[in-house]
Design a protein around this ligand. Structure first.
Ligand SMILES: O=C(O)CCC(=O)C(=O)O
Length: 246
């Protein structure tokens, strides 16, 4: 694989799909361990880090944050080896991982991931950061694959506002593909990965299929980024607790 070409595509489009980047053994281990984490550990995680459409139904998990704290295998996956090396290539800089999450969209229940730019949530400057999104199930247009607006990372940060969507507090205000550009679907099979820049506009439709759509997300910041105290601060968990969602 020519990583220089991959980086060129990432720099132009703000995202890139890699189907064969991971060696088969590691790819299978990531998929197996993540599935086991979701079935065995996620249901035990408290509402500060584990979000479910319905807490009494573990299969409705929509996100667990920082599973690197629960299982050192995921911490190691993020901190050393090919996934971290890929992040360094794409940002052309040393990086540090800020956490590993799982995302879920359960069949017929999983909701929209509203249009947003990850870096809106990240209080850093410059916004040199990205997410490596690893498919745990096939993700396609029926079950809510992620959709990206090519080149949107090269433009300005869009205004965001409260989304009203549990698990994703912010969305782009008056989202209009005519203004920001059309999104393209990124369909992937288990173990394939997508790298997206923190400024890239993306969203995902609800899961209207009978299939699960789960993924592992690892965020990396370039080591040279600094805290940006002037960036907006959010505490959506208070609101979600008030609404009885946590
Ligand atoms: O998996 C999803 O639907 C959302 C993922 C996402 O927004 C992200 O990784 O930044």
């Amino acid at each position: 694989m020519n990583l220089t070409q991959v980086r060129k595509a990432f720099n132009e489009d703000g995202f890139v799909v890699l189907r064969d980047y991971l060696a088969p053994d590691l790819r299978d281990e990531i998929v197996d361990r993540t599935r086991r984490f979701i079935s065995d550990v996620a249901p035990t995680i408290d509402s500060k880090r584990g979000f479910f459409e319905d807490r009494n139904r573990p299969e409705t998990m929509l996100r667990v944050e920082h599973l690197n704290l629960d299982d050192p295998w995921f911490a190691k996956l993020a901190d050393a080896g090919p996934v971290r090396e890929l992040a360094e290539h794409m940002l052309s800089a040393p990086v540090r991982s800020t956490g590993v999450s799982v995302f879920g969209k359960s069949p017929r229940i999983g909701k929209l991931t509203p249009p947003h730019q990850d870096a809106f949530y990240w209080r850093i400057t410059p916004k040199d950061a990205l997410t490596v999104w690893i498919a745990i199930d096939r993700a396609d247009e029926e079950n809510g694959c992620v959709r990206y607006v090519p080149g949107s990372h090269l433009k300005e940060m869009q205004p965001h506002e409260l989304s009203g969507v549990f698990g994703f507090s912010q969305h782009i205000t008056d989202y209009d593909p005519g203004r920001v550009g059309e999104a393209v679907p990124a369909c992937v099979d288990p173990g394939e990965l997508i790298v997206h820049h923190g400024m890239t506009i993306h969203y995902a439709d609800p899961n209207e299929s009978d299939r699960l759509r789960r993924a592992l997300g690892i965020v990396y910041y370039a080591e040279h980024v600094r805290d940006d105290e002037s960036a907006p601060k959010f505490d959506p968990k208070k609101q979600w607790a008030k609404e009885g969602k946590l």
